[in-house]
Design a protein around this ligand. Structure first.
Ligand code: DP6
Length: 340
């Protein structure tokens, strides 16, 4: 039997950029100034249900069992209104979103969140859009979210000012190369400065920003080639170079942006020590203190065990690579209701 209202549930996985996006070519259209390449993380996902109801007087948004407020409410509600306009749906929506990782872990991901939201909203409103168009929609909310529509290895190109059609593309599925990412959680606190604000401050004040924009295409292209060649050490060195360049550039902003905590540095030294002992491990950090360590299926258990003993590390997650975002019917193994 058909439900009495339009409804869909979608699941998307978080991702971690190996070649980082940091900086916008167009702030209002949310177009990246640099290309980025990521891997999708199979252990971290968001499941979101969007249902349009006759009885609602406004959009209602629940994230991890709590009503969304302020900026997190308006970013979701604005997206729902754009989809309602595109689909000609007059009723408001109820949005219920759940992460499969602890809210307090500091891993809350706008990437998996907006990817699942956009997919669920488009499907619920019965728009006949392909994944690329949904990826472009997610990119307009949060650029890293464009990449979470796809599994495995994913690229998002730089865009140009004024041109809103930019979506991510899959370089290779997860089966191409079964890498792992071990996440060392060093803080569960919310970000000191949201990525959007951090990158805009950097672009406006960091002396290294122009050099960064010039550097990124060569790193992204080399990362993509290393993935195609399955060249682990080349990929790892590029990953660390991209992350350290991004953080150096952010630190040189006024006022300075420093996302690292003391334990972040401890984990970096542990990763470098592991490498000197023959383990395959390279580190990267986003706009926060947690460290994501790129490693192989063979070494991930050992890497996770060592990182778990570094001072200040509160927990580790060993993640294989994840799949494409999917709607609920395709996600036979995970249901949103079960997660609640
Ligand atoms: C450091 O995608 O969160 O994680 O587009 O402003 O929402 P907005 O930014 P967001 O920035 C991600 C920055 C990063 C690097 C990356 O994921 O490429």
């Amino acid at each position: 039997m058909q439900p009495p209202f339009l409804r869909a549930t979608a699941r998307a996985f978080a991702n971690i950029a190996l070649a980082k996006y940091w900086g916008k070519a167009d702030i209002s259209l949310n177009i990246p100034a640099v290309p980025s390449v990521s891997v999708t993380l199979g252990a971290l996902s968001t499941t979101t249900t969007v249902s349009f109801h006759d009885g609602l007087g406004c959009n209602e948004v629940t994230i991890n069992d709590a009503p969304a407020q302020g900026r997190s409410y308006s970013r979701v509600s604005d997206l729902i209104d754009r989809v309602r306009d595109a689909a000609g749906v007059s009723t408001f929506a109820r949005v219920v979103s759940t992460n499969n990782f602890p809210t307090a872990s500091g891993l809350a991901s706008s990437a998996s969140g907006f990817a699942a939201l956009c997919l669920a909203a488009v499907k619920a409103s019965r728009l006949d859009w392909d994944l690329a168009r949904i990826s472009a929609l997610a990119r307009s909310c949060s650029a890293s979210a464009a990449r979470s529509l796809y599994g495995g290895f994913v690229r998002l190109d730089a865009g140009v000012e004024g041109c809103s059609e930019l979506s991510a593309t899959q370089i290779a599925p997860a089966s191409h190369w079964p890498l792992h990412v071990v996440i060392a959680i060093v803080s569960g606190k919310p970000k000191k400065l949201a990525s959007t604000d951090g990158m805009n401050l950097t672009a406006a004040t960091s002396a290294y920003y122009d050099a960064w924009v010039r550097l990124c295409p060569s790193i992204a292209d080399a990362v993509e080639q290393a993935i195609r060649d399955r060249a682990f050490d080349v990929l790892g060195e590029l990953t660390e170079r991209s992350a350290m360049s991004m953080h150096a550039l952010a630190m040189a902003s006024t006022p300075p942006i420093l996302y690292f905590e003391p334990a972040t540095i401890g984990v970096l030294h542990a990763v470098w020590a592991m490498r000197s002992q023959g383990l395959q491990a390279y580190a990267t950090m986003d706009a926060g203190p947690n460290v994501k360590v790129l490693t192989t299926a063979q070494d991930s258990t050992k890497v996770a065990q060592i990182l778990g003993h570094v001072a200040g590390v509160q927990g580790v997650i060993d993640s294989p690579l994840g799949q494409d975002a999917c709607t609920f019917d395709d996600a036979a193994d995970v249901s949103h209701e079960e997660l609640k």
